[in-house]
Design a protein around this ligand. Structure first.
Ligand code: NAD
Ligand code: DAU
Length: 350
């Protein structure tokens, strides 16, 4: 009978978390609080919005009065905090916006929980969703563990690392029951096409150039988004309060190899000649301060909660490509207007 506030539930990962909780736990009340920025889209939740245990509240995590009211009205006893500015390239253009949303927004939410719960912490939990990027870049052969020193290197990761520190500080200073998880790169349906995989799928389908930063040698550890939602579920229900969990797919890919794989899958799906889409690959100016490699050691979450990734990369990528091809209306909608201006601006000097 939990009453859970999920922030950022209209975004990519948040919508999968909301869907999982609303459908698996019909006795829970799930409140999705989202500002609906460019990245938030209620179309991501059309299939569950009519369910009686689902509620949507449009608003900003920076708005203290609004947060106070939501905590009170729904008698919230658990928070899963995903709302954030999430794109590294945007953070390079507007670092202050990332500090305001990701740091100040998290502090306001922590404060709202602390005030609402007023020392009665039994059965309460504030779960903060963080990222592997707070650890910086992983040297070859090494893996991020929960004790790897924090070493953020982009404005985005600096803002996430700072918010993590505030979560820990609220646990240590005020006894707020908190838990943090740090996940590697997610992919899957409903991801906004500013991120690598959906951007490439969209450009391949439109026969537009495929902008690979630098020489495409950077490595990311990819996890299917529903596997991340499953890990969040396990940690929410059985994670140790006051600790951190790393989540990852043990699935490292160089960007260039991944883009070539996507080209091959798309050639088959679209009935194109083999090698046709790969001709669109264009090496462009690198992302400043581009972290070379992320690699997660997920042994703690596996041994403590029994979680493990269930979707192989072959199957996950195929499902993802199929979803984007079947949902071209969604893609066309989110890539019209503002997105086109963003794309021109972001990629003009590359
Ligand atoms: P996203 O950009 O798709 O969604 C973010 C959501 O937050 C949007 O719905 C947006 O409207 C909402 N939001 C933004 N500012 C808000 C505000 N001030 N008030 C209320 N809502 C606001 O992000 P995502 O990729 O789904 O990431 C979700 C979380 O997971 C983020 O905290 C991110 O740092 C973390 N994360 C992402 C990944 C990944 O690969 N995408 C990996 C690890 C961790
Ligand atoms: O590791 C977790 C993080 O993964 C999350 O915390 C972030 O919210 C999420 O955006 C993601 O960050 P990345 O920077 O790794 O993801 P992105 O999809 O932007 O880029 C993945 C890799 O692909 C990275 O090395 C940059 C490269 N890239 C990206 C784009 C958009 C390109 O080569 N070309 C592109 O056009």
């Amino acid at each position: 009978m939990r009453k859970i506030l999920i922030t950022g539930g209209a975004g990519f990962i948040g919508s999968h978390v909301v869907r999982r909780f609303v459908t698996r736990y019909p006795s829970y009340t799930i409140v999705n609080l989202d500002k609906l920025t460019y990245a938030g889209n209620l179309e991501n939740l059309r299939d569950v919005e009519g369910l009686p245990n689902y509620h949507f509240e449009k608003g900003d995590i920076l708005n203290v009065r609004f947060l106070t009211d939501v905590f009170k009205r729904y008698e919230i006893d658990g928070v899963i905090h995903l709302a954030a500015e999430s794109h590294v390239d945007r953070s390079l253009h507007n670092p202050a916006e990332f500090a305001v949303t990701n740091v100040i927004g998290t502090i306001q939410l922590l404060n709202a929980a602390l005030t609402a719960w007023d020392g009665a912490f039994q059965g309460k939990l504030f779960y903060h969703i963080s990222t592997d990027e707070v650890y910086g870049t992983a040297a070859p052969g090494t893996y991020f563990t929960e004790t790897t020193p924090i070493d953020p290197r982009s404005p985005y990761s600096a803002s996430k690392a700072s918010s993590d520190h505030f979560v820990t500080a609220f646990n240590n200073s005020y006894g707020l029951p908190t838990v943090i998880s740090r996940c590697s790169n997610n992919y899957g349906p409903y991801q906004f096409p500013e991120k690598l995989i959906p951007l490439m799928i969209n450009n391949i389908r439109l026969r537009k150039p495929l902008p690979v930063y630098g020489e495409g040698e950077n490595i990311r550890d990819w996890l299917y988004v529903e596997d991340h939602a499953c890990a969040i579920d396990k940690i929410f229900h059985s994670g140790e309060v006051g600790t951190v969990y790393n989540i990852g797919g043990n699935n490292e890919w160089k960007n260039i190899d991944l883009v070539k794989l996507l080209c091959r899958i798309m050639d088959q799906k679209l009935g194109r000649e083999e090698g046709e889409s790969a001709k669109l690959i264009t090496f462009v100016k690198d992302r400043p301060g581009h972290d070379l490699r992320y690699a997660i050691d997920a042994s703690k979450v596996i041994s403590e909660t029994g979680w493990r990734p269930e979707t192989s990369f072959d199957i996950g990528l195929e499902k993802t490509v199929d979803w984007y091809l079947a949902n071209d209306a969604w893609l066309n909608h989110v890539t019209s207007g503002e997105y086109l201006r963003y794309y021109e601006e972001m990629y003009k000097n590359r």
